[in-house]
Ligand binder design. Structure first.
Ligand code: NAD
Length: 313
């Protein structure tokens, strides 16, 4: 049996560890510090991370045996892709494993936001009956604007359509005909801002999307819009969002991701019209098991020089 050495530095489910252990020596060190990753990496052929471990230029420079890095999940913004390329290290992810989980969480946030679920629950738990103060709104008949119509954006569109919403979307990298095939009416960004009652973000974080939702973008939206972000912190300018919540331009926001994680009790998190969850959208048992199985397959394929399904670089 080939004696590949695989290091796993973030949480990874048992099914994935078992699959890898059949073909390689596996060291499972979830929560490993950045310093320990740097010190240990030279002896490993493969590294598996989720979003916590930062795979920096220093890690690639120290990784003399590294052939492949697997990201169990979607976003690879914690991996220095340029360094990976210059050190000839393959990067793979599991782009579809968490789609359903994140789409369902997005819908949960959208529903919770428009029905004041967390505010109602908090009042009940403090012994208050706030029936008269809490007036919700319906999603049915409303316009949902989706920015980013890849796997998750499309899955959100399908579910929102089932709730009776009209779904419009913006994605500059997908042809209009393909957007229509996903049950979404393709529109320009300005039109989306002008028409949407709820806007949900499903773009990767990169230089073109960082702070794409700033004060100017929010000013173009319908007054009283609801914003939902399960994509990445950094897509929305949090200071601008807080001001817009204060002025009423944004009626409410539901966030799973933050510019800095954990964000602590910031003014945004504490805002009464914000629902905040701690980056848990992909955290279902099913999604995590799927991500581990997919990455285990992909890592072993890379080590064996077999064709890859999800090679990023
Ligand atoms: P995907 O690659 O399938 O889709 C992303 C889409 O965004 C693509 O279609 C792309 O064309 C589009 N896009 C890129 N730049 C854009 C721009 N400027 N404007 C509009 N559209 C743009 O990815 P996905 O699986 O749908 O995931 C989307 C994002 O969700 C990921 O990049 C990740 O950051 C985030 N995510 C978060 C969690 C979580 O736990 N909260 C879990 C998984 C993924």
């Amino acid at each position: 049996m080939a004696q590949w050495k695989i290091l796993i530095t973030d949480k990874f489910t048992e099914n994935g560890i078992e699959a890898l252990s059949a073909a390689a020596e596996v060291e499972y060190q979830p929560g490993m510090t950045a310093g320990d990753v740097l010190a240990s990496i030279p002896k490993f052929d493969a590294l598996i991370v989720r979003g916590r471990t930062k795979v920096t230029a220093d890690v690639f420079a120290a990784a003399s045996n590294l052939k492949v890095v697997g990201r169990a999940g979607v976003g690879v913004d914690n991996i220095d892709l340029a360094s990976a390329q210059s050190h000839h290290v393959t990067i793979v992810n599991s782009p579809t494993a968490t789609t359903t989980a994140v789409a369902e969480h997005t819908l949960a946030l959208m529903l919770a936001l428009t029905k004041s679920v967390s505010r109602a629950d908090a009042a009940m738990k403090s012994g208050r009956w706030t029936k008269k103060q809490l007036m919700g709104s319906e999603l049915s008949g409303k316009v949902l604007g989706i920015i980013g119509l890849g796997n998750i954006g499309s899955a959100v569109a399908q579910r929102a359509t089932a709730l009776g919403m009209t779904v419009i979307g913006f994605d500059p990298l997908i042809a209009d005909a393909d957007v229509r095939n996903r049950g979404v009416d393709p529109v320009a960004l300005d039109e989306l801002y002008a028409r949407a009652d709820v806007i949900s973000f499903h773009v990767p974080l990169n230089p073109s999307t960082r702070n794409m939702i700033d004060g100017q973008a929010i000013a173009h939206m319908k007054r009283g819009v609801y914003l939902v972000c399960t994509a990445r912190g950094g897509v929305i300018d949090e200071t601008a969002l807080h001001s817009a919540l204060e002025s009423g331009q944004v009626a409410g926001a539901a966030l799973d991701v933050y510019a800095q994680e954990p964000p602590g009790l910031t003014a945004l998190v504490a805002h009464p019209n914000v629902i905040a969850t701690p980056h848990i959208a992909a955290q279902t048992q099913e999604a995590q098991a799927r991500a581990s199985a997919d990455i285990a397959d992909e890592i072993l394929a890379a080590l064996r020089d077999e064709p890859l399904r999800w090679k990023i670089v």
